[in-house]
Design a protein around this ligand. Structure first.
Ligand SMILES: [Mg+2]
Length: 119
């Protein structure tokens, strides 16, 4: 079974592409990246909805693993966001690992901001 420990991002991009092909989405499984980016924000809103109006105790419960039902709902929307992100990266030839590492390097070398939340 594929999981984070044994799956490359390229393989995951391909899984999403194969889904698009099976569903007949886009041209030969490639959807307009402008539409994909917009759809990604909609899915991000769906993810945020599961955090809406939570109080700090609710968030503590999430982080402590005491609310697996809500985590499952968040995970499903997170997957939607990621699937669009993977699709976008594949279509535009974005190497996710390279870009994330590049961004980490940029942030590493950026002067610290005055506001620095602990969590
Ligand atoms: Mg969704």
């Amino acid at each position: 079974m594929m999981n984070d420990g044994n799956t490359t991002l390229d393989a995951l991009k391909e899984q999403v592409h194969q889904l698009c092909l099976r569903k007949g989405w886009g041209v030969e499984g490639v959807q307009n990246p402008q539409h994909v980016a917009m759809a990604m924000t909609v899915e991000m809103s769906e993810l945020l909805e599961h955090f809406q109006w939570l109080n700090p105790d609710d968030v503590d419960a999430l982080m402590a693993g005491r609310d697996p039902e809500r985590v499952a709902l968040i995970a499903e929307e997170f997957a939607d966001v990621m699937m669009y992100g993977l699709q976008l990266a594949r279509t535009l030839g974005i190497d996710i690992t390279g870009q994330v590492l590049r961004k980490i390097d940029i942030v590493d070398h950026r002067p610290p901001k005055s506001y620095n939340p602990r969590r």
